[in-house]
Design a protein around this ligand. Structure first.
Ligand code: F6P
Length: 534
């Protein structure tokens, strides 16, 4: 029997047991792992020692250790694009790594030093706009060129002492309009962040920003910066090479905020805190490379996730940070996880005999509690939940609010596991004076099935190091899952078809093409939009 079959039959054997019944004096300790500032508790799941043993075997049989080493040493593991995968090199600046026999780190370090100088100059006012010191930075990018720095600027708000940062991603003109409307072009720096410098949303917004600035400034490109792999295209846009921060094709878009794509963050929090953020991620890299699988946080996160998704058949996973400053983390993880592991074929092009990665979604607590937790507690589908909480907040005067936040976080995982039986619900309703049939009816609405799995990641405080560690933890988790599924986590062919069709539809919407060959629904909708433009 293959390990997949063994795990499937193990899952069906243990399906009915109650998580709470697994608890004894040592379970919380035995089913958690810690590294540095983190403790990952997965004791509130249906996993026991034999489940974990089988899951670790699954990881071992997938060749995870060799594939991990291949990634870190610069082998071209993204083989549908013929590229190495070396975002980890951006945060381990002192290590040397070779790609195609050449040490890539000289250039990485040089670009990093230029970023530091530029960020310092913007922060000090040495680099200024036509109207003086830069007050606002607008990062124009989308996907990996937006979600990472946008999330990070919010996450590290307590360290933000540079100019205000804004993020424009959507091609919807409302986004750039609403962002620029209160800004002064003379003191605004525009960062055009695009690995390819061809992404239609980003290039359209960049042209709009340039035109906005050109109304007040003779040479708007002087207040533009480019972050891209294409020196040719940034030059064609008119941005001078000293304000272009390049990177290589071995940095995937959704893994790119550790390098030039993180420039807005570096300007916001300063190079020192940015370096701490890199150091936190580098420490997680080292842990991932050195710890045994049973103590390895990224491996455990991946295995617990796969247990739920592949073997228990739970199709989605909720990410629930009880940390308002991580409010963009679920959106960031949607790209990281779903663009990486939402694949239908294996490395060799065969259709997968199992599911791809799960649907990932979420919102910070306690907001989500007043929105979708109803379904998580009483809906008919089970949603494994991933809670996150800092031991302490950044606001000493508001420590009482942190206690309230933390109580809610712990209460939710407890409620999911414990549930409330019909007997308990009956007693509750009896105490309220209900009886007979009405008691039965009312009690049924108050039953919680319980035994719903969750994990909790706890850390001392959301500092730059801790935040860097959290993001690296998730990156490696995605890698582990991709290796076990046998897929390429580093390409994204699934986004191409929609882009091609959008290009073809533009002339239909403007009336320059008749849309021959299009279906009736698309044509009718296009016609309505076309008519509204007149
Ligand atoms: O459309 C998907 C994608 O290619 C992402 O992978 C990427 O992060 C995003 O578009 C933006 O790409 P770029 O940085 O080249 O503008």
């Amino acid at each position: 029997m293959s390990i997949w079959q063994t795990l499937r039959s193990h899952a069906s054997d243990v399906r009915e047991r109650r998580i709470l019944d697994l608890f004894n004096d040592s379970r919380a300790e035995k089913f958690s792992a810690s590294f540095g500032p983190f403790l990952f508790d997965y004791s509130k799941t249906n996993i026991d020692t034999s489940t974990r043993h089988l899951l670790v075997q699954l990881a071992e049989q997938s060749g995870l250790a060799e594939k991990r080493n291949a990634m870190f040493s610069g082998e071209k593991i993204n083989d549908t694009e013929g590229r190495a995968v070396l975002h980890t090199a951006l945060r381990r600046l002192e290590n040397d790594v070779e790609v195609d026999g050449e040490n890539i780190m000289g250039e990485v370090r040089e670009t990093y030093d230029r970023m530091v100088r530029f960020a310092d100059d913007v922060r000090s006012g040495k680099f200024h706009g036509h109207g003086g010191r830069i007050t606002d930075v607008v990062n124009i990018g989308i996907g990996g060129s937006d979600l990472g720095p946008a999330m990070a600027c919010l996450a590290l708000a307590p360290y933000h002492d540079g100019p205000r940062c804004h993020f424009v991603s959507n091609v919807d003109g409302a986004h750039i309009h609403d962002t620029l409307k209160d800004l002064d072009p003379e003191t605004t720096l525009v960062i055009v962040a695009s690995k390819t410098f061809t992404t239609i949303e980003t290039m359209t917004n960049a042209e709009t920003a340039k035109a906005w600035m050109a109304k007040d400034i003779e040479d708007p490109a002087e207040q533009f910066v480019a972050l891209s792999t294409s020196a040719e295209k940034t030059a064609a846009f008119g941005i001078s090479p000293e304000r272009v921060f390049g990177f290589a094709d071995w940095v995937g878009g959704r893994y790119s905020m550790w390098g030039p794509i993180g420039l807005s963050l570096m300007i916001a929090i300063g190079p020192k805190h940015f370096r701490d953020f890199l150091a936190g991620a580098a420490a997680m890299d080292q842990h991932f490379c050195e710890a045994g699988f049973e103590e390895n946080l990224p491996v455990l996160l991946a295995l617990v996730g796969m247990w739920h998704n592949q073997f228990c058949d739970f199709a989605t996973r909720a990410v629930l940070p009880y940390d308002q400053r991580l409010s963009r983390l679920p959106a960031y993880l949607q790209q990281l996880e779903m663009e990486s592991n939402g694949k239908r074929v294996s490395m060799d092009g065969e259709v997968l005999p199992y599911h791809s990665g799960p649907v990932v979604w979420g919102e910070p607590g306690t907001n989500g509690q007043h929105a979708f937790y109803q379904l998580i507690h009483q809906g008919t589908r089970i949603v494994p939940c991933e809670f996150m909480i800092a031991e302490k907040g950044h606001e000493p005067d508001l420590a009482h609010q942190h206690i309230l936040l933390a109580a809610n976080c712990l209460a939710q995982s407890e409620a999911l596991m414990r549930g409330r039986s019909m007997d308990e619900a009956r007693k509750l309703m009896e105490a309220k004076g209900f009886e007979g049939e009405e008691l039965e009816r009312q009690a049924a609405h108050r039953v919680f099935p319980g035994s719903r799995p969750s994990t909790t990641l706890i850390y001392p405080m959301l500092t730059p190091e801790v935040f860097g560690g959290i993001v690296a933890l998730y990156e490696h988790r995605v890698f582990v899952e991709g290796v076990i599924l046998g897929i390429n986590s580093f390409d994204q062919w699934g986004v191409e078809l929609g882009k091609e069709l959008a290009l073809a539809l533009q002339p239909v919407l403007t009336g320059e093409a008749d849309g021959a060959g299009k279906d009736g629904s698309t044509l009718r909708l296009a016609q309505m939009i076309r008519d509204a433009q007149d």
